[in-house]
Ligand binder design. Sequence first.
Ligand code: B1H
Length: 835
Amino acid sequence: TEADSLAFVPEIKPGPNIRRVGTTVEDFEQNLLSNLYFQRGTTIESASAGDAYHTLAVTLRDRLVDRYARTVAAHYETNPRFVYYLSAEYMLGRQLNQNLLYTGTEQWTREIAEARGLSMETLATLDVEPGLGNGGLGRLAACLLDSMATLDIPAVGYGIRYDYGIFKQTFQNGEQVERPDDWTFYGNPWEFAAPDDQHVVGFYGKTESANGDSMAGPRRWIPSETVRGEPSHMLVPGYGTQTVNIVRLWRARASRQSFDLARFGAGQYGEAVQHIALSESISKVLYPDDSTELGRELRLKQQYFLVSCSLRDIIRRFQFRNRDWDAFPDKVVIQLNDTHPVLAIPELMRLLVDEHQVDWDRAWSITQRTFAYTCHTLLPEALETWPVALMERLLPRHMEIIYLINHVFLRDLDMRHPGDLRLMRDLSLIQEEPERRVRMANLAVVGSHAVNGVAELHSRLLAETTLRDFASLWPEKFHNVTNGVTPRRFVRLANPRLSSLISAHLGGDGWLTDLDQLAGLEAFADDNAMRERWRDVKRLNKVDLAAYAARTTGVVLDPQAMCDVMIKRFHEYKRQLLKVLHVVTLYNRLRDDPAATVVPRTVVFAGKAAPGYRAAKLVMKLVNAVADTVNNDPRVAGALRVVFLPDYNVTRAELIVPSADLSEQISLAGKEASGTGNMKLALNGAVTIGTLDGANIEIRDRVGADNFFLFGYNAEQAMSARRSGYSARSFYDQDPELRAVLDAISGGVFSSGDRDAFASVVDSVLGWDEYLCLGDYRSYVDCQDTVERAWQDRERWTSMSIRNTARSGFFSSDRTVRDYCRGIWNVEPVRVPEE
Ligand code: B1H
């Protein structure tokens, strides 16, 4: 079969003929010249900036390959337990500056480039960010990969190599317009394609008995459609260590016979390639729906494609050093990043039972011990379910297996809780009403040995609400692992000025791999010289941001003003609308009394909305409209500026985060699972204004209530407000300032008199107000007034800022990975020798 002929394994095996890279600047320069000549086919005299960029990238990659080869050798030698991270999304960010830092070639490169009249900034702009994710979930995956490598954890990330990543955002008349992100247009120098290492993935078709008729015994699935998965991998180096792991991304390729030559000969060019196009559409584009469910068949195909390729790869890697299936869970832990890869559970069962003749009970025990599941949400609309009819058609054998898993599970449940039909109905893997659907979260919980939420509150609420009955059934399965972010990218690379200042005060850069050392800054929090320098760093970062904003949007920002940032996906629960209500409040105050002493403030928004998410897109348009009106009103110039920076992504975050003074984390309590932007901002010395939601709570616990601006309902109050007849209207009726704000919006102040433009925003908030914007308005605005008073005491503010950084060491993703290692994965690091 096709699969057999592809069983060849081109893995790097340890051997004596590994090419080594040199260690001196002369060696490095020689490598560059040689790559320019042999890889780009050109010389210094005729090289373009693109040639220079590609050559540098490949030369850095070469240095990492050397470490990678030693990593593979050490892993082969040790035969350790590996973490396999399965995720539909990775937001890796730009690679160039990271790899310069991790290979220790930053300074050399700068000197070599500048001697030839090339700036590092130019080279950096040629580096394209792979936007293979939506938001926090995808970026978390990338931070965990960075930390696993840094901590020498043997790990592989599996994902999809989408041809088009998250769309590029532009604005027309203030409305979001999405453009395709053709991120590999000029080639991707960071990846290695392995076209000879494919897996064949089946879809549709039928099943039949292989021996006997039991569904639990081996059966044959005869798919009626197949597509190949072609892997490529990118190197994931650790910082300050020799370990280089990989992230392996699958791309769909049509089978070789798909091109219809006869049709082409007959002039039917479109028909001739339609089979190819159809197969390859599986990895064509990332679905741009953050935290909402959009049950499209192609999306289910993507999920199965990822899972099928990755599991075959994992099994192949296991068999490289092991024989006995019972050892599988000792060598393999598969972490499921939300429900998107949960089909891996029935797929492993299928592979074990149907293809490797392992009996059902043994296979199930292996499966449960192998998988662990991370849940990233509480929003009911984000819990994936798939129609049984679709599953039966697309993946008939998997549906049989899911039924069997469910059958055994419900039988055991009935033994523990005889006759409890309510419980059976709620925990069943199949939802019956209004349509039969497979509940992916239930499948994940039943098939895993560990389930975790991503912040303390989130994990608690999961166990008390969304997954309550599972948590009482299997309390030992439930964990919390609070998210974290990598300090290498989000402090050292994004904020070099602050990093130098920190290193100068801590006596070195040990903090980059031991972020608790930031606590040493505490001693300088009230030191005048330090505060002066701390403010200088912020100011210079704001000058950079202002230059970017002027260049890209024409809006001129004042680096002396407070930089107030709200950067995240647009979602109603995150309440960008509440922030707009505050901005309009400030605007009204300034218009009513031009002498009003408000603190000069720049409000920075950035973020994308799912293309079909009408309500979020209208809020976005309102932000742009308010920005336009405010920025063009001479009465408020100097006091208030609003800018919406388009196309928020990792690169943009690295620009905005270092200049933030105030971090807006104002989701309705109980809705944001964790947040990670909140951590990046606090680490960079922004002070948070926020609700008791997600990881905000843990940030506040650590930085101290004095260094955090708290407002609003807590999760319990938010839930009971709704139960006790919440009336948004009453807040409007009782609060004249709020009334003036909503009246201005609906009266057309921000839409040249057009009263319809934002009517639906105002109506929805005055009506049901799902996320209690009006209920939290007064508390928020008063809290912002407190922020302004605090800002007026410069020294005090700076101390708060320093304390935010000093006390946020906990939010390193290194700590997150250690928590997973100890609580869930039970894996040990493997040191990779220097040579
Ligand atoms: C998070 C998602 C998500 N939670 C569905 N859920 C998606 C759900 O394409 N989809 O269908 C994509 C993404 N993303 C975020 O995860 C949470 O909202 C954040 O609070 C959290 O910090 C982040 C990482 O845990």
